[in-house]
Design a protein around this ligand. Structure first.
Ligand code: NAD
Length: 684
């Protein structure tokens, strides 16, 4: 049973109970229509309250039905049924009214919400548009401007804002059900309001739709759904209700079957699976009520800010008093920037800072539950730090390293109780980037690994389990990306052409401008260490740039020149000269955007397949999450490995063989060749 009906006087209460989120399953849709039928036939009922059990109102479609043809009754018919009911329905919203849930509420004569409720139409985030009148009823209720914001962003609004917009009729402070029943009694004898479907769409000023289109196109980049949602809203403002509904439904059905929607659904499911690795089923994480960060540089400051954002008290340990002050100033700057952007108030920033203690004294860590080390990327320095943590911390404290490339097994051996040690690899800026690679060392015990995943949840991050190799998942693929960018330059492509092609592919930034932003020194340091081990990393041009002091934006030049105070890259004659020198005697080939993107992306896939084969990543979808949340790979492409599958693994192998025969890439990895033969990656 997903529904029950009770009476209080002349008010009927329809209670939905379809755990966990009251998703609009086929059963629930049928039940709602049945409720309309029953209550319409009952003369004793004057008004109806629609309320949900559990933690939320109807939070959307049934994810089990995503991507499959929905079974009747379809949602538009359910919403129309409620809207056409002979008794006025009052939606009582708590938790989230999202997608189809909000569309059901828009069929009701009234909507009331708990103060903590949020309402939204997030369909564009799944590559579709609302399909049950969302783009048609919403502009009729709240006007086109607010409807455009809500539908094309997919972001929800809180109850107070919903009240301002007219999306809800009242915000109820006390018990929601009681408040909704009181309202239902109140309106039972009044004339029913005009159904939203028969209201006109408020007029807009000239040029409104053209401006909206420009703004949405700029934000959506290559995502189809936001612009198609806008087109549906615009159409709804010019067409009668039935025509607008038909247009919306046709768009919805078309997008539902699109490659982008399939990719976005894939990412949605990957994100749901990532926090729950099967090996940790039933393992209870340790409690994390306090945290510390050792090293307050770029990463340490960001990690400390992220820990504070999750309300944990934080100790920041640095080398000396001056470094402590610098570290604290770095964290303060992060919160101040958030205040400037309107993301938090000055009081919130002060409260965040008040929860951080800076110290040079490891003795301050005696009671800390979790310590994240973010000192220099140097084995000896890191081992020394863990030696001190071993002495200073409680024996059950979880100790983590944020190393990018070093072997966690070597960092953590020698630790008293190495089973409480693991790698937690944050991405820069650590308070912003969603990805957290969680790297168990050989000795890490399951409970400690589970604690890493629990921490990710606490910090609102996407956790991906990664095995040990140089660079783990993300930076190992990045190495392939960067090497390919250099091969392209040696073969006649310009830095601007390489970056532009990758932006056209869907990345927010090309690989060379991204290096300029982050600085070329970290990778140079790592290459130096690799050479000391007898390896031969390939970065002939980056090596020359570093030798010339061109370390990126912070040095006024890197792959590009930067005029004083200007962060926009401009092509550099000096770099062109360096490239020409390195490339002398080689063929200069013609490169277009597609061939550049292939020369970069196909070797990344090859590396990804090897990473999966070596069990450095547990599933190909985890590699997709790393690429999307750590490196800006376009979500609408579904991530690196999904993109390769859509393109066809055979085609990827053929492309790589062509590149490698010209000396422009390594041959495809054996793992990729095997996957191409099987037609799929070897996922569990
Ligand atoms: P950074 O140079 O900005 O900061 C390192 C900090 O560690 C400095 O403030 C230094 O004073 C402090 N420190 C050094 N020795 C110490 C000691 N013995 N005790 C206490 N503090 C000490 O470096 P970063 O970029 O923040 O990188 C830190 C770690 O994070 C490295 O392992 C790096 O590989 C890793 N990492 C960096 C990035 C990135 O993009 N920068 C991303 C992920 C991981």
């Amino acid at each position: 049973m997903t529904m029950s009906i009770t009476r209080t006087g002349s008010v009927a209460v329809v209670s939905i109970d379809n755990p966990p989120v009251n998703a609009l399953s086929q059963q629930l849709r049928a039940d709602l229509l049945e409720a309309v039928r029953q209550l319409d036939a009952d003369d004793a009922v004057k008004a109806v309250v629609l309320v949900c059990a559990g933690r939320t109102f109807m939070a959307g479609a049934d994810v089990g039905e995503l991507g499959r043809p929905p079974q009747p009754p379809h949602l538009p018919a359910v919403v129309a049924g409620i809207e056409g009911a002979r008794k006025p329905w009052v939606a009582a919203i708590h938790g989230s009214a999202l997608g189809g849930g909000l569309e059901v509420a828009l069929g009701c004569a009234y909507r009331v919400a708990a103060a903590s409720a949020s309402l939204g139409l997030p369909e564009v985030k799944l590559g579709i548009i609302p399909g049950a009148g969302g783009t048609v009823r919403l502009p009729r209720l709240v006007g086109p401007a607010a409807a455009v914001d809500l539908v094309t962003s997919g972001s929800p609004v809180g109850a107070a804002r919903a009240r301002e917009l007219g999306l809800v009729d009242a915000v109820i402070d006390g018990d929601l059900r009681t408040g909704a029943i009181a309202l239902a009694r109140d309106i039972a004898d009044k004339p029913a309001p005009q159904p939203i479907s028969s209201r006109p769409v408020p007029a807009v000023e000239a040029g409104f739709w053209e401006r909206a289109e420009q703004a949405v196109a700029a934000r959506a980049r290559q995502e189809l759904a936001p612009l198609r949602a806008l087109a549906s809203l615009r159409n709804a403002s010019m067409t009668d209700f039935a025509g607008a509904m038909a247009y919306e439904r046709a768009t919805f059905l078309e997008l539902r079957d699109s490659a982008q929607a399939a990719a976005l659904r894939h990412v949605f499911f990957a994100e749901r699976a990532a926090p729950r690795p099967p090996e940790l089923a039933g393992v209870t994480p340790r409690d994390i009520r306090s945290a510390a960060v050792v090293g307050g540089g770029t990463m340490g400051a960001g990690i400390a800010a992220a820990l504070r954002d999750a309300s944990l008290p934080v100790v920041l340990v640095e080398r000396d008093a001056e470094a402590v002050e610098r570290g604290l100033a770095g964290i303060r700057a992060i919160f101040e920037a958030s205040v400037k952007r309107g993301r938090m108030t000055a009081e919130m920033a002060a409260e965040r800072m008040a929860g951080i203690v800076g110290s040079e004294d490891y003795g301050r860590l005696a009671e800390t539950d979790l310590v994240v080390e973010a000192v220099f990327e140097d084995m000896a320095v890191k081992r020394a730090v863990f030696g001190r943590l071993s002495d200073a911390c409680r024996p059950d404290a979880v100790l983590a390293t944020n190393t990018s490339y070093l072997d966690p097994n070597r960092i953590g051996d020698g630790l008293a109780r190495p089973e409480r040690f693991l790698g937690l690899h944050f991405f820069s800026p650590a308070h912003v980037m969603k990805l957290l690679e969680i790297v168990p060392a050989d000795a890490t015990e399951p409970q400690v690994l589970a604690t890493g995943f629990a921490l990710a949840r606490l910090l609102g991050k996407i956790p991906v389990r990664a095995g040990i190799c140089e660079g783990f998942i993300g930076n190992r693929i990045l190495k392939a990306t960067r090497a390919q960018a250099e091969r392209l330059l040696l073969a006649g492509a310009t830095p601007s052409a390489v970056d532009a092609a990758m932006r056209a592919f869907g990345l927010p930034m090309g690989p060379l401008e991204a290096q300029d932003l982050g600085g070329l020194d970290i990778a140079a340091f790592q290459r130096k260490a690799a050479r000391a081990r007898g390896e031969a990393p390939f970065a002939p041009i980056a090596d020359r740039l570093c030798a010339a002091g061109r370390l990126g934006q912070k040095a006024g030049g890197g792959w590009y020149d930067y005029a004083d105070g200007d962060r926009r890259p401009s092509p550099s004659d000096r770099v062109a000269e360096i490239i020409a020198n390195e490339a002398s005697g080689r063929d200069r080939l013609h490169w277009d955007e597609r061939s550049i993107a292939d020369a970069i992306v196909l070797p990344m896939v090859s590396e990804g397949a090897a990473i999966l084969d070596e069990k450095i990543a547990l599933r190909s979808a985890d590699i997709d999450l790393v690429q999307i949340h750590g490196y800006g790979f376009p979500r609408w492409r579904g991530g690196l490995m999904h993109h390769a599958l859509v393109r066809g693994l055979r085609d990827v192998v053929d492309g790589l063989e062509r590149l490698s025969s010209q000396g422009l890439a390594a041959p495809p990895s054996r793992a990729l060749i095997r996957a191409a033969a099987a037609g799929a990656f070897d996922d569990p």
